[in-house]
Design a binder for this molecule. Structure first.
Ligand code: NAP
Length: 244
């Protein structure tokens, strides 16, 4: 049987790693993207291989259009006839600051990494999904992109942009059985939230705890499956009741 490929951007650590593992257990051949932390990526790859799961590494900077095109063109030239049917746009960064003090690069880097990357990677893979009349695009956004959080105008704008793009693109490609959805996590335990005081913040979460990356991965797994065929253009929150 032909392999079914899933690309997880930022799949080497945190939420992306849990998604890579879960989708691999569901039978997908996983392409794990990351930017520069080779050690963590190699560790993640070994963990999957030890479980006899099918995965490979594909490092590139999602915010660099040329790098995205080069890496994906090369992957396709090495995998003739294969197509990536599942795309998880998960890589992301935060660089928090009050707008008044925000540096140009803090605005630009967050928009490039979290929003422009969506355009670069998704456009590249879209044609094959349309030709094959099947695809799943799942964008990991954030509560910050729904509600807006002070100190995160750059991050909220980037995630809010992806939420709107999700809704628009879903309507463009629905006829071809390509679905496009977004998942908006609240506080999830990962390197990104390592500097956030869980004891303090959990008081405002109705479930009184941070979420686990694996809980996000379970939702991704469903949206990536054939069972979710009639769900598109949606933003699904996973936040312990923090924002409804
Ligand atoms: P994380 O632990 O910091 O991991 C980030 C991942 O993204 C790493 O694999 C990293 O690669 C990769 N990455 C960062 N910039 C990249 C770039 N320019 N090109 C390619 N890969 C890049 O983050 P996380 O907490 O798992 O977050 C995953 C996603 O969930 C993000 O989009 C984040 O905004 C979103 N989210 C997270 C939370 C939360 O509470 N954690 C809440 C809401 C939304 P390297 O290892 O090479 O740096």
């Amino acid at each position: 049987m032909d392999k079914k490929y899933a690309l997880v951007t930022g799949g080497s650590r945190g939420i992306g790693k849990a998604i890579a593992l879960k989708l691999a257990q569901s039978g997908f051949s996983i392409i794990i993207n990351y930017r520069s932390n080779h050690k963590e990526a190699e560790k993640t790859l070994s963990e999957l291989k030890e479980l006899n799961l099918d995965a490979q590494l594909l490092p590139f900077d999602v915010s660099d259009q040329k790098a995205v095109n080069e890496a994906l063109n090369q992957w396709h030239s090495q995998h003739a006839d294969a197509y990536i049917q599942i795309l998880i746009n998960n890589s992301g960064i935060r660089k928090d600051a009050l707008l008044l003090w925000m540096k140009d690069e803090e605005w630009k880097e967050v928009i490039d990494t979290n929003l422009n990357s969506f355009f670069y990677v998704t456009r590249h893979l879209m044609q094959n999904m349309l030709v094959n009349k099947y695809g799943r695009i799942i964008n990991i956004v954030s509560l910050s992109g729904l509600k807006g959080l002070p100190g995160q105008t750059n991050y909220s704008a980037s995630k809010g942009g992806v939420i709107s793009a999700t809704k628009a693109l879903a309507q463009e490609v629905a006829r071809k059985k390509v679905t496009v959805n977004a998942i908006a996590p609240g506080f999830i335990k990962s390197d990104m939230t390592a500097d956030i005081d869980e004891k303090e913040h959990k008081k405002i979460i109705p479930m009184r705890r941070f979420g686990q990356p694996e809980e996000v991965a379970d939702l991704v797994d469903f949206l990536a499956s054939e069972k979710s065929a009639y769900i598109t253009g949606q933003v699904i929150s996973i936040n312990g009741g923090l924002y409804t």
